[in-house]
Ligand binder design. Structure first.
Ligand code: ZN
Length: 409
């Protein structure tokens, strides 16, 4: 019963849909369909109604005394060679929540949703199904997408009974639900809980992201003949800026609010060992849970790059590649989540989520909270992904307790 049952289901699903290299439930493909069919078989004896919305999201509903609805969501799809817990954990614990209320009429309605194509591993667009339901999907952004074998997204969707041009109707489906709360359990996919040796974490929200390309331009010159004080070295200005960006992130990190920044790419021109770099392009990805902090980090990074560029006698230009605002979760649900985690594990560590999740798409529409499970070595999206069983059992128990608390609240 309970947590052991969830682990047994997870192992069964892994066995059915994995190879020696890991989980193979790539969205819109045959193994994913098999996983969904297997899941439907698990739901069948529970007396719940099931339906698929216009975006391919699969919903199971246990009618309660009221129309007010607690939604438990996650995703069955995986990356190629993925782990056994990413996504599947959140769906299986939803199944167990339905079993928990089997044969009863809970005070509120309970829905479990398996979002379609959370990973975006095949067509490059993450959160596809949940963004359609949230109304944030732009069809024009995705209609030209193809996978690496040349299959068009529109055709892969059609193969699964989903029409791209009608996906936005999933918004109406979600809107019709009188949502009291959205709950999601996910593996952390990072090293924070492990570093504290904590089974379970309360998630404060998903990070906002500012992602930019910076181009420094100086003057390419001969490496032997150009004295150092006379150089206009674009790489050194970029490198010095990257170090300054790290300092900015460290300055804004407090014991309760961690922020991050990464200069993940660097391109040097002309890229010759005997030439002073005349141009250099680096990326900057900054993340924080607090919108004001993120704005400050960006402003400080810009100012630092201008000062450093001037000092090195080069120019710098910024180009935004992508941005998303932070999505903080609901304070009341965070408090209930903390109660549940504390009851089961004796502690209640809070942390933000670096990766995005379907839960982030729900934030503008209803109160949301997520719970994280300990992630061994911080690894995910690989076959080594794991939560040691004692930690996993506690986390599942805590989540089921949270469901009970939210249903009764
Ligand atoms: Zn996931």
């Amino acid at each position: 019963m309970g947590a052991n049952e969830v682990i047994a289901d997870l192992r069964e699903l892994a066995k059915l849909t994995s190879t020696a290299d890991g989980a193979q439930r790539l969205a819109w493909g045959p193994v994913w369909r098999e996983a969904r069919q297997w899941f439907a078989g698990k739901l069948a004896p529970l007396g719940v109604t099931t339906e698929v919305d216009a975006a391919g999201n699969s919903w199971a509903t246990l009618k309660g005394a009221s129309e007010r609805t607690v939604i438990i969501g996650s995703h069955l799809d995986s990356v190629p060679n993925g782990g056994w817990l990413d996504g599947a954990l959140g769906v299986m614990v939803g199944l167990e929540a339905l079993r928990m209320f089997r044969g009863q009429t809970p005070p509120v309605t309970i829905k479990v949703v398996d979002w379609a194509d959370e990973e975006g591993a095949r067509f490059g667009r993450s959160l596809l199904g949940s963004s359609a339901a949230a109304g944030s999907l732009q069809v024009s952004d995705v209609e030209a997408l193809t996978d690496k074998t040349g299959v068009k997204l529109i055709d892969a969707l059609r193969e699964n009974g989903v029409e791209l041009s009608r996906m936005h109707e999933a918004r109406r489906f979600l809107k019709a639900i009188d949502a009291k709360a959205y709950l999601e359990l996910h593996i952390e996919q990072g090293p924070v809980l492990e570093s504290m040796n904590k089974s379970t974490g309360i998630v404060l929200g998903t990070f906002g992201v500012e992602r930019h390309l910076l181009r420094f331009v100086g003057q390419a010159a001969h490496s032997g003949s150009t004295p150092i004080p006379m150089r206009r070295d674009a790489f050194l200005a970029a490198a010095e800026s990257a170090l300054a960006f790290r300092e900015i992130a460290i300055t804004h990190t407090t014991p309760t609010a961690r922020v991050v920044c990464t200069a993940g790419t660097v391109k040097v021109e002309p890229g010759i060992v005997t030439a002073v770099p005349g141009a250099c392009e680096i990326s900057l990805d900054q993340r924080a849970l607090d919108a004001d902090v993120l704005a400050k980090m960006l402003a400080e990074a810009r100012a630092a790059s201008w000062t450093i560029a001037a000092k090195n006698n080069v120019s710098v230009e910024w180009k935004r590649i992508w941005q998303i605002e932070p999505r903080p979760f609901d304070p009341k649900l965070i408090a209930l989540c903390a109660e549940a985690v504390k009851d089961v594990t004796g502690d209640a560590p809070h942390l933000p989520s670096g990766p995005l999740h379907d839960a982030a798409e729900m934030v503008p529409h209803m109160p949301v909270v997520m719970m994280f499970a300990y992630s061994s070595n911080g690894l995910s999206h690989c076959k080594e992904e794991d939560t040691p069983e004692p930690h996993l059992l506690k986390t599942i128990e805590a989540f089921l307790l949270l469901v009970k608390k939210v249903v009764a609240a």
